[in-house]
Design a protein around this ligand. Structure first.
Ligand SMILES: Nc1ncnc2c1ncn2[C@@H]1O[C@H](COP(=O)(O)OP(=O)(O)OP(=O)(O)O)[C@@H](O)[C@H]1O
Length: 528
């Protein structure tokens, strides 16, 4: 694993600045270490305490503080940038896996970068600067000591590399089990009622216990290696300093070296090994962060290169579109002002087609055009589309907030109008607080609340395309007719696609799409 991943600098602006600050502090720190050794040797040989020595101590303390402050600031900035990038990527439709995995990534995963920034990275920079500067001073003062240090110094990174390459796979495994654990946990928590109803709650908790045990084992294995590696690096550094001490001691006894110089060499030599040892010791703490960073980069979708042009308007033309592997290609034209009903059999691909039209699912093949121009499914296009999903997601919050999700910044009056239009105010108030997933409302009521989002978009954003997925699936006959009337009004002048099996809606549609035959081959199950 590289000590510094250049992608960090690309995705997090603070990382590069921090690296520059670390380098500056590293050079100053090395100068201070050399000066301190010189002054300390002088103090011990003359038995006086020069004022400059106190000043060097103070400067070193100041540098340590500056390093710590810069590390925390950089770490906070980089983590915020990465979280933003992962969430933006998830929201842009290229979500990095299940919700639990995303949650683990933006919380614990990104937080794991703290030890990397505050401890490991500064030591890596010091390890690149200090030994070189110390060696240069040793070479001028006593070439024999410099030669011993130059020969033994590479042992530390070599041992570090050998132990590190063994840890890398284990840390990646540890992080993968944590991701799996988070995914399982979110899944089980979401489906607790179903599991209880089928008497499977205990089985699932046993599975979570199994994955937890796997995670514990993986963590303990990494820790074991971390302890062993610290021991190996300590041993290598201590033995190397001992060799220097023996050589210096013998020459001091023979009278070939002054007491002051010998002291200087003995104090300075360990400084060459220190940053390398420390980088090795912190390597393991930083590993989890780097493994999580890998997942973060895998989850961040590439930014679209070109800015899309103006959003096309007019007839929506779908040509040979295969939304998912195994589905038959569809071709149709949906003119504005006419409701086009999609009545494909269940599993025929209506919701998948909507996902493609929204740019949430890359199609296997085929194209979508509007008013004769190719549709670029990005944010600009999505702003002009109003979508009623088959299973609308409601968030914890008030009814008003849940409607306003459709148009951030919508006025309270506009939200109230949309709620009134779709009959939401007949069964709840705008101030009612809903639980997670719309807890507190029936399926039909949730559907109407989601329809209020569509009405709000129609009122404020004037969408060119309405995508309504089973808008009346959970409604009684009377309410269904009301909703059908409302859809008629919203559809005026817009291209409207309604996926439905309900006769009331199909009869009103001006255009009923003949759907090609259902899937031809069974597909691989979606991985959990
Ligand atoms: N997330 C997914 N990953 C892989 N395949 C999927 C996924 N969701 C749906 N499919 C498959 O795509 C096919 C089309 O599903 P889709 O939900 O688009 O059909 P639909 O026409 O909307 O069905 P229904 O009328 O039952 O809602 C299905 O056969 C299903 O197996």
């Amino acid at each position: 694993m590289r000590p510094f991943d250049p992608r960090l600098a690309r995705h997090a602006r603070g990382a590069r600045r921090y690296l520059a600050v670390c380098t500056g502090i590293g050079v100053l720190g090395a100068l201070c270490a050399i000066a301190q050794a010189r002054l300390l040797a002088e103090a011990l040989s003359t038995l006086t305490v020069p004022l400059a020595l106190l000043a060097v101590f103070a400067v070193r303390a100041l540098l340590a503080w500056a390093q710590e402050a810069a590390a925390h600031r950089a770490s906070a900035g980089v983590k915020a940038d990465l979280r933003r990038a992962v969430l933006a990527s998830a929201l842009s439709g290229s979500a990095p896996g299940p919700a639990g995995t995303v949650a683990a990534l933006v919380t614990r995963g990104v937080d794991a970068l703290d030890p990397y920034f505050s401890r490991y990275l500064p030591q890596v920079v010091l390890a690149a600067i200090v030994p070189v500067m110390v060696l240069a001073v040793l070479a001028v003062t006593d070439p024999a000591t410099a030669a011993i240090v130059a020969v033994t110094l590479p042992l530390i990174p070599v041992f570090g590399y050998l132990v590190g390459s063994c840890t890398e796979a284990r840390t990646a495994r540890q992080w993968r089990t944590l991701e799996r654990l988070a995914g399982h946990f979110a899944d089980v928590a979401g489906g607790l009622m179903t599991l209880k109803a089928f008497g499977r709650a205990r089985f699932q908790s046993e599975r979570i216990a199994k994955v937890s045990a796997e995670h514990r084992r993986a963590t303990m294995a990494s820790l074991r290696i971390a302890f062993c590696s610290a021991l190996v690096l300590e041993l290598a550094a201590t033995l190397s300093v001992a060799v220097v001490a023996v050589s210096v001691g013998l020459r001091l006894l023979e009278g070939n070296l002054s007491f002051g110089t010998a002291l200087f060499l003995l104090i300075l030599a360990p400084e060459a090994y220190l940053p390398l040892r420390q980088a090795g010791a912190h390597f393991h703490a930083a590993q989890e962060g780097l493994a999580a960073a890998e997942s973060v980069f895998a989850a961040i979708a590439p930014v679209p290169a070109a800015a899309p042009g103006p959003v096309p308007d007019g007839i929506v033309g779908v040509r040979g579109l295969v939304a998912r592997e195994g589905l038959a290609p569809v071709t149709f034209d949906a003119p504005p002002g006419v409701i086009t009903a999609l009545t494909a059999p269940s599993g025929g691909g209506k919701s998948s087609l909507f996902a493609v039209l929204l740019g949430l699912l890359p199609p296997v093949e085929g194209s979508v055009r509007a008013g004769g121009a190719e549709v670029v499914p990005g944010d600009a296009w999505r702003r002009r589309v109003a979508w009623l999903p088959q299973h609308p997601h409601l968030f914890t919050g008030t009814v008003a907030e849940n409607i306003a999700v459709a148009v951030p910044g919508a006025s309270a009056a506009a939200v109230r109008d949309a709620a009134g239009l779709t009959g939401v105010l007949e069964f709840t108030t705008l101030e009612t607080v809903l639980g997670a997933g719309g807890h507190g409302l029936s399926a039909g009521q949730r559907q109407r609340l989601a329809l209020a989002r569509v009405a709000l978009r129609c009122a404020l954003l004037d969408p060119v395309l309405l995508l309504l997925d089973e808008p009346t699936a959970h409604l009684d006959v009377a309410t269904e007719l009301d909703v059908a009337d409302l859809i008629d009004r919203l559809a005026a002048g817009r291209t409207t696609l309604v996926a439905t099996h309900r006769r009331a809606l199909v009869e009103r549609a001006g255009n009923v799409l003949a759907w090609p035959s259902a899937p031809v081959a069974p597909r691989e199950p979606v991985p959990a």
